[in-house]
Structures are given as structure tokens and as C-alpha cells.
Design a binder for this molecule. Structure first.
Ligand code: FES
Ligand code: FES
Length: 261
């Protein structure tokens, strides 16, 4: 005699019905539909809806044609200021730095672009006698002001005492940092503020020198302040060269090649 058919655990519940035996909407109500077919259909519907939603989001966020177009260049504005004693006029965009205006538009290459982010001091110039980093100064902010670069520090053939001191003390090697060093030192010396060697180092700490000419730079500042001069292989003025006169055979600080212009 054949064994009795195995009793279903869910009693008489039809295989494609809901737990209470009622038809599953859209599935059991359809003749011949199965649970597997219902689940498969639900999954497909879910994926389709998800795809639609995913596709809709970027479409909603998609920029309009006008917003995606590149921004038009800002209009240039006329700028007038005094550069090394001469009135200058130049047209610049609002985003242009004083350093770029000086170097690229006015051909004044004494201020150097070392880091272009306010860390090395190679771009130091004077704004109304105050040392500023020209790479962090927007050109339009100096309208009507007096800007002095290393090119305007000497009085004719008479070097500024800081320039002469840098020559006398060999305060530079490659010269790239020198124009910035000289401008910072000149601001210190012209302020008449006396300084110990530590105070000089502190004041000049914003000017970096990758050649490591720091000891000679401190000597030069001390000499320019009228302090005692340490003989550190310093070049003394030759016969007939008075203090404050350009040393023969060696260009002034900020005037030599200094690597790049
Ligand atoms: S270039 Fe301006 S601080 Fe370095
Ligand atoms: S002399 Fe200062 S970087 Fe070379």
C-alpha cells in the first residue's frame, strides 16, 4: 500500500495564496500565477521604479544651459598709483594681485614670485612705506597709494644703506630672495627701531632664504642700523668707494640675475 501523501505544514492553504488564504492582489487573482512569478514581477517593478527615480534625480539637478556656460571674464578696471615715484596707470581684473600687476603688466620684476601664497617674502614691497606681501595684495587695493619696489629704493646712483650693507656683508648668494630681504630690512632700518640680533631675526623671519645666507643678512641689517659689523668674510668697500656708494664690480642687491627675473 502506498504511503499517504505528506501533509502540508500550512494545512489546506493554497500554495499561491496569502497567509489567510485570500488571493494576493495581482498574483493569486490571476489564473495560473505563482508566488515565484509574483515575487519576480515585484522585483522587476522595484528595479524599474528605482531606475526611474535614480534617473530623475540628476535630471532635476542638471544645470541649465546658461548656468553651465563658462563665466565671462571680469571686466578690467583702471588703476592709478605711484610706482617708485612715477604715476602709473594700468587696467587689471579685480582678481589680479599686485605682484602680477607689477611683474606682468608693468615690467617691474624686482619683486619675485617665490611661493605666491604669502610664505616666503620674496615679493615684499612697500605700500606707503609699510612692507607688504604683493602676492597677497589685490592690485586694486593700492589705488592712489605709493608703491616702492627694490628698483626704487636707491636715490639715483646712491644705494640705500641696506643695499650697500648687503653688498658689504655678502648678504646674498643666488639673490632670488634678496629683493624681498632688502625691502623688509629697509622698512626696519627706516623705522629707526633699534634691534638686537634676535629682534632682527624675528623681524626678518617672514623672509626665507633657501641659500641660508641668514647670518650675513643679520650682519647687513645690523650694519645698516649703524651697529657694530662682524667681519665674516665681508667685502669691504675698495679705495675711493665711500659708504653708500655702489660697490664696483658687483651689482646691487635685487639688481643681479637672482635666478630668474
Ligand atoms: S611670493 Fe609672496 S610670500 Fe612668497
Ligand atoms: S640668496 Fe636667498 S635664496 Fe638664494
Amino acid at each position: 500500500m502506498a504511503p499517504p501523501a505528506r501533509q502540508r505544514a500550512d494545512g489546506d492553504r493554497p500554495p499561491d495564496g496569502s497567509p489567510d488564504g485570500s488571493p494576493i492582489p495581482g498574483a493569486a487573482g490571476t489564473p495560473g500565477a505563482s508566488r515565484r512569478r509574483f515575487l519576480t514581477g515585484s522585483a522587476v517593478a522595484g528595479v524599474t521604479a528605482g531606475s526611474l527615480l535614480r534617473g530623475a534625480a540628476p535630471a532635476a539637478a542638471e544645470p541649465t544651459g546658461a548656468a553651465a556656460a563658462p563665466a565671462a571674464p571680469a571686466a578690467e578696471t583702471e588703476l592709478r598709483f605711484t610706482l617708485n615715484g612715477a604715476e602709473r596707470t594700468v587696467s587689471v581684473e579685480p582678481r589680479v594681485t599686485l605682484l602680477d600687476a607689477l611683474r606682468e603688466r608693468l615690467g617691474t620684476t624686482g619683486p619675485k614670485k617665490g611661493c605666491d601664497r604669502g610664505q616666503c617674502g620674496a615679493c615684499t614691497v612697500h605700500e606707503d612705506g609699510r612692507p607688504v606681501l604683493s602676492c597677497l595684495t589685490l592690485a586694486l587695493t593700492v589705488r592712489g597709494k605709493e608703491i616702492t619696489t627694490v628698483e626704487g629704493l636707491a636715490d639715483g646712483d646712491e644705494l640705500h644703506r641696506v643695499q650697500q650693507a648687503f653688498i658689504d656683508c655678502d648678504g646674498f648668494q643666488c639673490g632670488f630672495c634678496t629683493s624681498g630681504q632688502v625691502m623688509s630690512a629697509a622698512a626696519l632700518v627706516d623705522s629707526g627701531r633699534p634691534g638686537t640680533d634676535d629682534e632682527i631675526r624675528e623681524y626678518m623671519s617672514g623672509n626665507l632664504c633657501r641659500c641660508g645666507a641668514y647670518p650675513n643678512i643679520v650682519d647687513a641689517v645690523r650694519q645698516a642700523q649703524g651697529g657694530p659689523v662682524k667681519q665674516r668674510g665681508a667685502r669691504k668697500p675698495g679705495a675711493g668707494e665711500g659708504a653708500g656708494k655702489r660697490g664696483a664690480g658687483k651689482p646691487g642687491p635685487g639688481e643681479r640675475g637672482g635666478g630668474e627675473a
